[in-house]
Design a binder for this molecule. Structure first.
Ligand SMILES: Cc1cc2nc3c(=O)[nH]c(=O)nc-3n(C[C@H](O)[C@H](O)[C@H](O)COP(=O)(O)O)c2cc1C
Length: 197
């Protein structure tokens, strides 16, 4: 069984559409810890040692956030800068207590996945925008799983599609925890197995 830490960063969670459904869906899963950065650190000052201590108790890191200017909200970047230090997380460091094996990124975004194509208005694929996260995971000795994406969030008139994403997310975390997840080589997004990258 893998223990999963969800680092959640949403500066306006009280107004959230999709992330609210996602968090509610995984809230009660055994062996999943949710850490809401903006709730925990309203002043923006992150307790690095406390975060590293929590991280050390988990095997899988999930970064869940809305896409802000093709990246993550500022507090998540700050968390990465402070917590994922060379001495703590690099695989070649003998004293490191981190034993993370995999990283999953869970992203909501306003644009649809079709807009994230060379001929779409976002001009590049979402996987391309997420490359700094992917490479960070790899440098820290983790396998980067294909991301889970809720795209076009503002277009969901009713909650049905959001609920579907939320139950898929819950199932996914249960499979990662139980180490039963099988990923097709051609899969670019765990949320949209058929989508191109
Ligand atoms: C400051 C800011 C920047 C944003 N940048 C992007 C972006 O680069 N690409 C995109 O598709 N959506 C962008 N959005 C839309 C958000 O990703 C979207 O509102 C969010 O994922 C919705 O999350 P929620 O469903 O939890 O409310 C941006 C929104 C804000 C407020």
């Amino acid at each position: 069984m893998a223990r999963i830490l969800v680092i959640f960063a949403h500066p306006a969670f009280h107004k959230s559409l999709s992330n609210r459904y996602l968090i509610d869906a995984i809230d009660t899963i055994q062996d999943v810890t949710i850490r809401d950065l903006y709730q925990h650190y309203p002043s923006g000052f992150i307790d690095t040692l406390a975060e590293q201590a929590i991280l050390s108790q988990h095997d899988v890191l999930v970064l869940q956030h809305p896409l802000y200017w093709y990246s993550a909200p500022a507090l998540l970047k700050e968390w990465m800068d402070l917590v994922l230090t060379r001495s703590y997380v690099y695989p070649d460091q003998e004293n490191s207590t981190a034993k993370l094996t995999q990283m999953l990124q869970v992203v909501s975004c306003g644009g649809s996945l079709t807009s994230y194509q060379p001929d779409g208005y976002n001009r590049y694929t979402l996987r391309q925008f997420l490359l700094p996260f992917e490479q960070t995971a790899i440098l820290c000795g983790m396998r980067y799983l294909p991301p889970f994406v809720i795209d076009g969030v503002h277009k969901h008139g009713d909650a049905t599609r959001l609920r579907q994403f939320a139950s898929r997310y819950r199932l996914l975390l249960e499979q990662i925890r139980d180490e039963s997840l099988v990923i097709d080589e051609s899969c670019h997004y765990l949320s949209h197995p058929e989508a191109e990258a």
